[in-house]
Design a protein around this ligand. Sequence first.
Ligand SMILES: [Zn+2]
Length: 93
Amino acid sequence: MALIILGVTKCALCGKTLQEGEKVTSLPPIGDLQNSLYKYFDAGMHTQCFDNWDKKEEVSGIIKIEKQKFIDSDYFKEMIAKFGKPKWLDEMQ
Ligand SMILES: [Zn+2]
């Protein structure tokens, strides 16, 4: 999860400081360091900036692929074997 300090952290898209009372969102971290949009992940941004961003669709696709990679991982299979299937997995599929 991105660390956001209102009044300090800058929006990854417009570069302005995220202020209290503003709608703020963040993207989850991704493992693909070579991705051209990597710097926008695990970072905070204005919800409005994100909604108006022309890469929004692309980013949503990347998040989906990253989630799938995680679900397909041996680690995830091991966790399901130990603790059962998480609720969010059903909601996602
Ligand atoms: Zn912004």
